[in-house]
Design a binder for this molecule. Structure first.
Ligand code: HXC
Length: 286
C-alpha cells in the first residue's frame, strides 16, 4: 500500500534535494527503514533495499518507487546481513545498476522479548550477529563506495573533509542501553556495539570525508518493533511517561535521516541523534 506523502515526509524539504544520489539500505522493507528510503527517493535519490524475504523486499521496493516518477528502486531479497558474501553481491549489483552509493542505512535488526535465563546462547548470538556483525558487514561492504562518494565532493582536493553530501552512513540503534530494559539484554548489548562501531567509523573515516551517525528512535507508532515489544496495556502506560506526550511517527525518523544526509548535516559526525520525545530521559526499568 502506498503511503500518502504526509505520512512519511514533512513539507519543509525541497524536491530534488537528493538528485543523483543513491542510498543502500539493509532492513529496508521494515516500517521505519522503508519510510526513510521512501522520503529520500521522493526527494530525488535512487535506492536499493535488501532483506531476507524475497517477496516482501521486492514488493516494498516497487511501492517505494511510486514516491517519485522515474525513480529507480531495487529490491534484493535473500540477503542476510550475517553473510558478507550475499551482502557484497547486493552492494555490487546496486553500484552497477544505479551507478554509485552515496548513503547507507544499516537498518537490519532482530528483536524479541526474553529474560536472560530464558535466552539460549544461540538466541543471544542471533541478535548479536544480526545487529552487530550485520552492521559491520554492511559497513565493510559499502565503505569503498562511501569513500569514493565522499572523494567526489572534494573541494578541488584542497580540503580533506569538504562540504557537500556524499559518503554518509547511518546506523539504526535504540536508547534502551542508555538505561536498562528488562527482557532486552541481548538487544541492549547489541545496540551498544552498534553505537561503538558508528563512533569508531566517524573517527577513522572522517578524515576521508565520510560521516557516520546513529539514529536512535524511541517508541514509534505502527512499527514492527512496537508490535513485538509492547502490549496494548503497556503502550497506554508508556505513553504517559513520554515527556512529549505521544508516540513518534516514521515521518519523524525520515526527517532526521534527511537532515543527516543533507548539506545541513555536513559537520555532524560521530553523533547519536535520539528521536524519542525525551522518552529515555524519564525511562525507568519498572
Ligand atoms: C526466546 C527466541 C525467541 C523468543 C527466537 N528465539 N525467538 N528465544 N524468545 N521470542 C531463539 C530461537 O529459539 C533460536 O534459539 C534463536 O533465537 C534463533 O532463532 P531463529 O528463528 O532460528 O533465527 P532467525 O531466523 O535468524 O531469526 C532471528 C530472530 C527473529 C532475531 C530470532 O526474531 C527475526 O528474524 N527477527 C527479524 C525481524 C525483527 O526482529 N525485527 C524487529 C526489529 S525491532 P535456539 O536456541 O532455539 O536455537 C528493533 C527495535 C529495537 O530492533 C529497539 C528496541 C527498543
Amino acid at each position: 500500500m502506498t503511503l500518502p506523502k504526509n505520512e512519511y515526509l514533512s513539507d519543509v524539504w525541497r524536491d530534488g534535494l537528493f538528485e543523483k544520489k543513491v542510498v543502500f539500505c539493509t532492513g529496508g522493507s521494515g516500517s521505519i527503514c522503508s519510510a526513510q528510503v521512501r522520503a529520500l527517493v521522493h526527494l530525488g535519490a535512487n535506492a536499493c533495499i535488501v532483506g531476507r524475504q524475497v517477496e516482501k523486499t521486492e514488493r516494498v521496493a516497487k511501492d517505494i518507487a511510486t514516491a517519485r516518477k522515474g525513480a529507480k528502486v531495487l529490491g534484493i531479497g535473500s540477503v542476510d546481513v550475517r553473510n558478507i558474501e550475499s551482502l557484497q553481491k547486493a552492494v555490487e549489483k546496486c553500484a552497477s545498476e544505479l551507478g554509485r552509493i552515496d548513503f547507507v542505512i544499516a537498518g537490519a535488526a532482530g528483536n524479541f522479548l526474553a529474560s536472560i535465563d530464558q535466552l539460549s546462547t544461540n538466541a543471544f548470538k542471533s541478535v548479536m550477529d544480526i545487529d552487530v556483525l550485520g552492521s559491520y558487514n554492511t559497513l565493510k561492504a559499502t565503505l569503498p563506495h562511501l569513500v569514493k562518494s565522499a572523494g567526489n565532493h572534494k573541494n578541488n582536493g584542497k580540503t580533506a573533509n569538504p562540504a557537500g553530501t556524499g559518503g554518509r552512513i547511518i546506523f539504526m540503534s535504540a536508547t534502551i542501553h542508555y538505561t536498562t530494559m528488562p527482557l532486552q539484554a541481548h538487544v541492549s548489548v547489541a545496540k551498544a556495539g552498534v553505537d561503538a562501531l558508528s563512533h569508531t567509523t566517524a573517527v577513522e573515516f572522517g578524515p576521508r570525508g565520510v560521516t557516520s551517525n546513529i539514529i536512535a528512535p524511541g517508541p514509534i507508532s505502527g512499527t514492527e518493533g512496537m508490535e513485538r515489544l509492547a502490549t496494548k496495556a503497556s503502550k497506554e502506560k508508556a505513553v504517559k511517561s513520554i515527556p512529549s506526550g505521544r508516540y513518534g511517527s516514521v515521518k519523524e525518523i525520515a526527517d532526521a535521516t534527511i537532515f543527516l544526509f543533507s548539506d545541513a548535516g555536513n559537520f555532524v559526525n560521530g553523533h547519536a541523534l535520539v528521536v524519542d520525545g525525551a522518552a529515555w530521559r524519564t525511562h525507568s526499568a519498572n
